[in-house]
Design a protein around this ligand. Sequence first.
Ligand code: URA
Length: 429
Amino acid sequence: MSEPFDAVDVIITKRDRHELTDDQIHWVIDAYTRGAVADEQMSALAMAVLLNGMTRREISTWTAAMISSGERMDFSSLSRPTADKHSTGGVGDKTTLPLAPLVAVFDVAVPQLSGRGLGHTGGTLDKLESIPGWQASLSNEAMIRQLEDVGAVICAAGSGLAPADKKLYSLRDVTGTVEAIPLIASSIMSKKIAEGTGALVLDVKVGTGAFMKNRDDATELARTMVDLGTDAGVSTVALLTDMSTPLGLTAGNALEVRESTEVLAGGGPADVVELTVRLAEEMLEQAGRGGQDVAAALRDGRAMDAWRRMITAQGGDPDAPLPVARETDQVLAGGSGVLSTLDAYAVGVAAWRLGAGRARKEDKVQAGAGVEIHAKPGDAVEQGDLLLTLHTDTPERFGRAQAALEGAVTIAPEGTDVPRTSIVLDRIA
Ligand code: URA
């Protein structure tokens, strides 16, 4: 079959800073998915996009083409509205765990298709798999049944959603083109729009532990994704949130599940509670159910009840003891004063090296591995105080984890004013 376009012409168009037509974009995504455009041609095009950008129309068409490469889910048979949240990934970001059951309490269904961790950021499925018996894979029918019965599901995305993105994402990973904002935005939003949620809240992280290290880039990414969602009829809003220091007091799979259940029991670290409640309020607002006392559902046990139902529905035992790592090591304060920095990226890398994350897709994670945090920026510390506990089953990992943490902690002289910045930095609608 002869092709209507030539891949080289499409590459040259973008290389020479011209706009691609809708037909060119639909063709190139489809032809790449079926193998008629070669990896080296798509790499050249991705690099041209990284260097020369795309217009709003081009990004919107590119996203639509990636959606058309696979199946679309449909939740219109449900008796309640749907809302989802997507985080661009951070260290200690366990908010999905308490958030999904919390929102379900208010009669909004949460279809949370999640991924596994790669690199220094943790994956929601890896965290939940530390609960004995819990299963990540569900058929589309089982997912819809659970959304109707329980109101919340966190599960693995099936391979049918946006297959073009799967292929393109792997290619970007090895060609230095991950960071192109049009490609990140279309990658995330094609999966979220294909998933079929009615409302979407984006948590765009900013800081050392995030993909986006500075606020301008995070704002541009958030704006691009909100426009894509809105254009596709999904009620979308983005929060820019701080990821210069880890969220909460744990980074690691079972450690984060334990902290999430503390939040569901009405306790937990203030920053995790603040972000969970704010995201839930935004999801309910986008789903047309705003103005409710969300925090009350954490205090009075309703969110915990929904969590227990959600975990049980996927084979998990919410009462089973969580795995604990066999060995621990410590990081102590080297001086006295006020903790002024605890770097998110360094803590993420340390948790990863301890075994909480994987270096290759096929690696297994250790459920109990990770970092427990005993002091956060703004806290007074004395020389010799315990700052971090490192957990692993394989103590030969302690050396590399300690090395990752070199320079991660700074202590300012006593009396220094270290402002505790708000976790939510901006809102983009
Ligand atoms: N997450 C995605 O799904 N895609 C990207 O391009 C980046 C982060």
